[in-house]
Design a protein around this ligand. Structure first.
Ligand SMILES: [Zn+2]
Ligand SMILES: [Zn+2]
Length: 333
């Protein structure tokens, strides 16, 4: 019988022959990190392996760590397991992990998307026998509009607010979504103000060659000009004293959850823009199919519907219960 290359342990996803973990949620000796979002990259591991493209993002998030990096596609061997990292298209430097041991090949996706994103390298399908996939938006209702459509909607909303002397407050996660919004907006509409939690990451993206427009802090911008500004802030900044300086505002949220009407109401924002750094339902099916895998293990959120769909296609499908994502809206997307 074949040995599984990845199993679930209380600490996280574990590779028995290699004796290392992938995105573990408890402190371990050796961890491969797919990307720097908090549910995947945690402090406390003794040794980290991540992509060279994601190095500065992970260091910005985790501080002083013992980090080894690999270029995309570069292979190293650890305890007889060949390890390589391949772009996942989720955020800057995010990767899928390919493991080969004897004649078995497994790929752990981390978080991924197939939509075009000027701020990170595109998802690369990697052939494997077993594919461990996320399923944050693993329901048929989740289908994303084209990125160009969403940026037009954001620009139109901002321009309308600016002409009515209202600041446009857009909530977006500070790693990935924030930079993606910045890279796709019309900078002629007004000044762009970013919350402090985005600035260090914006600089990391710029240093990596990602073309982001100039941004300012709130105090850089005269009060009168703030009424025409786009204010980019993480959802956690809602209701903060920092937010009160903008006077009359319209607020909005950029998130895959905005696809569902109730989610916008729960957030209490005026507008919802459907922009996600995760695969939507059609992309999940397309990505899984492209791997050629006969066995699929599903992590994150909505696993049951996707598993049933895959089983109906004749695939061997099951779930791993993980600590990623958790409570719908709380997840980075
Ligand atoms: Zn993520
Ligand atoms: Zn995740």
């Amino acid at each position: 019988m074949r040995e599984d290359l990845v199993i679930r342990r209380p600490q996280g996803l574990y590779c028995p022959p290699g004796d290392f973990y992938i995105d573990p949620w408890r402190a371990v000796d050796r961890a491969i990190i797919t990307h720097a979002h908090a549910d995947h990259a945690r402090i406390g591991h003794r040794h980290y392996l991540a992509s060279a493209a994601g190095e500065q993002v992970i260091r910005t998030r985790l501080g002083e760590i013992n980090l080894q990096t690999l270029a995309y596609g570069e292979t190293i061997e650890h305890n007889g397991v060949q390890i390589s990292l391949h772009p996942a298209g989720h955020v800057l430097g995010s990767v899928q992990v390919r493991l080969q041991w004897r004649d078995a090949v497994w790929v752990v996706s981390g978080d991924y998307k197939l939509d075009a994103d000027p701020t990170c390298d595109p998802f690369e399908p990697v052939a494997c026998d077993t594919f461990i996939t996320e399923s944050t938006f693993g329901l048929p209702v989740y289908r994303w509009p084209s990125p160009a459509t969403v940026s037009q909607q954001i620009n139109a909303w901002w321009a309308d607010n600016a002409s009515n002397n209202r600041a446009s407050v857009l909530y977006a996660y500070s790693l990935g979504k924030g930079q993606r919004v910045l890279a796709s907006i019309d900078t002629s509409i007004g000044p762009i103000i970013t919350h402090g939690s985005l600035n260090a990451l914006n600089d990391v993206y710029r240093a990596a060659g990602v073309n982001l427009p100039a941004t300012q802090t709130a105090s850089d911008v005269q009060a009168a000009d703030r009424q025409r500004a786009l204010v980019l802030a993480p959802p956690a900044a809602a209701g903060s004293s920092w937010m009160r300086r903008f006077g009359q505002t319209s607020d909005a949220m950029a998130s895959g959850w905005m696809r569902v009407r109730g989610a916008r109401r729960r957030r209490g924002v005026d507008r919802g823009f459907v922009m996600s750094d995760h695969a939507d339902w059609p992309s999940l099916l397309r990505a899984i199919d492209a791997t050629g895998a006969s066995r699929v293990i599903v992590t994150h959120g909505n696993t049951a519907v996707l598993i049933r769909w895959l089983q109906e296609q004749g695939l061997d499908a099951q779930a791993f219960e993980t600590d990623y994502g958790h409570e719908g809206d709380a997840h980075d997307e």
